[in-house]
Write a protein that binds this ligand. Structure first.
Ligand code: SF4
Length: 330
């Protein structure tokens, strides 16, 4: 197996107590079977605490949150389980977060999810420019996928990444990426493809589209709806945000484009990539701390909710030119 990741993947280190948006708050912590077995016979007070905290449900076993926080996150912002027993005793999800992996055939496409504050910072500040590492990988099993479709999608993915890296103007890059992906859609879906509309919508319709989309999504924190979609919606984009905008585009291309090889939905996935880039782009200021915060908030509220991703794919698939692209220039 070969694993391909952005170069920054190997620079990640959790900043623990210095993190202002800890992943130990607000998320269910699922416990895999092998970690749960370690907890069964664990001696001492901590063993008792862990066993008492476990909740068993149809989706598996998880650590029950206490007032929205993992009960093992202590006042110093550190994990009691790691502090007392070491990293071998935390569940796989805690050990791997924020890393993600997509396996296709003999390939694994990995990266860091931007719902983690430190990952979002690394993505926006990559030293030495955006690059990739490919190496032999242990611990992954090959997953069946159609070789011809994989090759078409991989070729288009590399082309899109090349465009994003080489093209100095973000909007021109996006137009070219649309062309590459429409061609890919034709190659894999032929006449069965849902036709994409090319007539640009008017500005009032675009604002309505964004507001309707915002209203149809789910939020963990209702304030995020306003933060991400409503507040200052009409304000002009800040020119200096284009460097961070490019990094955001590359992040979504790296994370989602190869998923086209799974279900063939080239236009739905492109719609999601561009809509997500546009929402974040419109909130960027060029100031690192604030841009990390917007990027992280969008990722944890929208991108990490499968229903939201599905809803955006459905609604943007045929409306990329009419409603998504104008978001970059409103
Ligand atoms: S969100 Fe990231 S940096 Fe913060 S505690 Fe979790 S893994 Fe660490």
């Amino acid at each position: 197996m070969i694993i391909r990741t952005p170069r920054y993947f190997y620079s990640f280190k959790c900043i623990a107590d210095k993190c202002s948006a800890s992943c130990c708050v607000g998320w269910d912590v699922y416990v895999d079977e092998s970690t749960e077995r370690k907890y069964v016979d664990l001696q001492g007070e901590l063993g008792e605490r862990i066993r008492k905290s476990l909740k068993h449900g149809p989706d598996g076993t998880c650590i029950g949150l206490s007032e929205g926080r993992c009960p093992f996150l202590n006042d110093r912002g550190l994990c009691d389980i790691i502090s007392e027993l070491g990293a071998d005793y935390i569940s796989e999800i805690c050990a791997e977060h924020p890393r993600y992996y997509l396996t296709l055939g003999e390939y694994v496409f990995g990266g860091l999810g931007a719902s983690c504050e430190e990952a979002a910072r690394l993505i926006l500040t990559e030293e030495g420019g955006h690059g990739y590492v490919e190496k032999e990988a242990d611990g992954f099993l090959p997953l069946d996928c159609d070789g011809d479709i994989f090759n078409c999608v991989y070729r288009s993915y590399l082309e899109c990444v090349g465009i994003a890296l080489d093209e100095s103007d973000l909007y021109s890059a996006i137009i070219k990426i649309c062309g590459v992906t429409e061609r890919l859609d034709g190659e894999i879906n032929g006449d069965f493809s849902e036709k994409i509309l090319h007539v640009p919508g008017d500005t009032a319709d675009n604002y309505r589209f964004i507001r309707e989309m915002a209203g149809s999504l789910e939020y963990m924190n209702e304030k995020s709806r306003d933060e991400l979609f409503s507040r200052d919606l009409e304000k002009t984009c800040y020119e200096g945000c284009r460097t961070h905008g490019k990094k955001v585009l590359l992040y979504f291309l790296d994370r989602y484009y190869m998923m086209i090889a799974e279900d063939g939905d080239a236009l739905g996935i492109l719609g999601f990539i561009l809509f997500s880039t546009a929402v974040i782009f419109r909130r960027l200021s060029g100031e690192l701390r604030s841009d990390v915060s917007v990027f992280r908030e969008y990722s944890s509220e929208i991108e990490y909710n499968e229903c939201n991703v599905e809803a955006i794919r459905e609604k943007t698939r045929s409306r990329i030119y009419t409603d998504v692209l104008p978001m970059f220039s409103l």
